[in-house]
Design a protein around this ligand. Structure first.
Ligand code: FES
Ligand SMILES: [Fe+2]
Length: 400
């Protein structure tokens, strides 16, 4: 079977430059990214299995916005701004936990029901006119797709519903029965000292695998290919070589990994990565499903976040394979972190003249094209004045 999902022709003649170097270090540009990319695009918050019981919650901060996802007594998963309506405190301080049957703000003790409605203020007689119905937690747009919880802080962005956005990958992804999975080791986060786009640039191409990722190259190098971003979704595919094994983890992985019979032939040895614009990847392996993503903390600091999910009834072989693929991924990630640091710091150098991308890096280009569409100042080779950035971008946007 053809392992391609869709055939995207790479043009003969395309602009091989990346985004301008200034855009990796501009505070004004970051404000535009928050406005036009992060607040109004879907973000993966986690998976419904992270919060299986009533009162279970998880939280996530994205560019100054705070999300709180909580499961109600009725079993419904809801999203809110993690912001108390009294004076804005976090209603929940931890990244994950259980709040029994109410959310109690740690500042002055306002109490919210699990469906976000305000149960009551502390010392209610001090608010003679408080209308409780007006002070519920502010809801976020939330959609569950194959078990994954997506949230959006603001409506009106360019993306359709998650179901619509991910339709191209749905038939393939559905084989993994991700909605029935359970957590492996919980959600991880890590800070890295680069602009978020440098993380994504490295992740959006497999040209560097042969040189920079010895374990991945050993595992699946020859079979790897990328399908670039189209309408916000990309896909990269590789299937492992059952005779690989120059590295310990790879050798054991290919020996142990079972080939699940519920997967079609072309996926039984496959590692597939689905990129979701602007900043996330869902990836599948025969034994697990995971997401990872990155959020800017500043122009030069990024939070990496992700989680791995497993089959609830996994076999010992699947568990061993999952551990080994996690090890391979962990090595790969630290290699990628180094590459992103070198790429990012180059953009502060006077000598930096932009990227010169290979056909094998067309995915980087298509990601940049998606960004340019939202933030047209990214088309300017020379940095605009920081103070002019916002107005200039507005003018370019209205010109279409
Ligand atoms: S800020 Fe939450 S109770 Fe005051
Ligand atoms: Fe990489």
């Amino acid at each position: 079977m053809n392992p391609h999902l869709r055939d995207v022709a790479i043009p003969n003649d395309w602009d091989r430059r990346g985004l301008p170097g200034w855009s990796y270090h501009s505070a004004a540009l970051l404000e535009l990214e928050k406005e036009h990319v992060f607040r109004n695009h879907w973000q993966i918050a986690g998976h419904v299995c992270d919060i299986p019981n009533a009162g279970d919650y998880l939280t996530m901060d994205v560019v100054g916005e705070r999300a709180l996802i909580v499961r109600g007594k009725d079993g419904v998963v809801r999203g809110f701004n993690n912001m108390c309506r009294h004076r804005g405190s976090r209603v929940v301080a931890d990244s994950q936990g259980n709040c029994k049957n109410a959310l109690v703000c740690p500042f002055h003790g306002w109490v919210y029901n699990l469906d976000g409605t305000l149960r009551g203020a502390a010392r209610p007689r001090s608010f003679p006119d408080l209308d409780k119905t007006e002070f519920g937690l502010m809801p976020l747009h939330l959609e569950v797709w194959m078990g994954f919880i997506f949230i959006r802080f603001r409506d009106g962005g360019p993306q359709p519903s998650v179901a619509e956005l991910l339709k191209p990958i749905e038939p393939e992804f559905a084989h993994y029965k991700a909605a029935d999975m359970v957590p492996s080791w919980g959600t991880w986060t890590q800070k890295t000292p680069v602009n978020w786009k440098s993380v994504r640039d490295v992740d959006n191409e497999g040209y560097h695998v042969a040189m920079a990722h010895p374990a991945l190259q050993d595992l699946y190098g020859a079979t790897y290919f990328d399908e670039p971003f189209v309408n916000g979704v990309s896909r990269s595919f590789a299937s492992y070589n059952p005779h690989a094994g120059r590295r310990w983890s790879v050798k054991n992985y290919v020996n142990i990994a079972p080939e699940p019979t519920h997967l079609p032939d072309h996926l039984r040895k496959a590692w597939v990565y689905y990129g979701i614009f602007p900043n996330a990847v869902l990836s599948v392996m025969p034994e697990s499903v995971q997401f990872y993503q990155e959020f800017p903390l500043s122009t030069s600091e990024t939070l990496l976040r992700g989680a791995i999910y497993r089959y609830g009834d996994e076999s010992r072989e699947q568990a061993a394979a999952r551990y080994l693929s996690f090890r391979i991924d962990r090595d790969t990630m630290s290699e990628d972190v180094q590459l992103s640091v070198w790429s990012n710091e180059s953009m502060l150098s006077e000598a930096f003249e932009g990227f010169y991308l290979s056909d094998l890096e067309y995915g980087v280009r298509t990601h940049h094209d998606h960004l340019r569409r939202q933030i047209p100042v990214l088309g300017l080779e020379t940095a605009p004045e920081e103070k002019d950035m916002w107005n200039l971008n507005d003018a370019l946007r209205s010109r279409g």
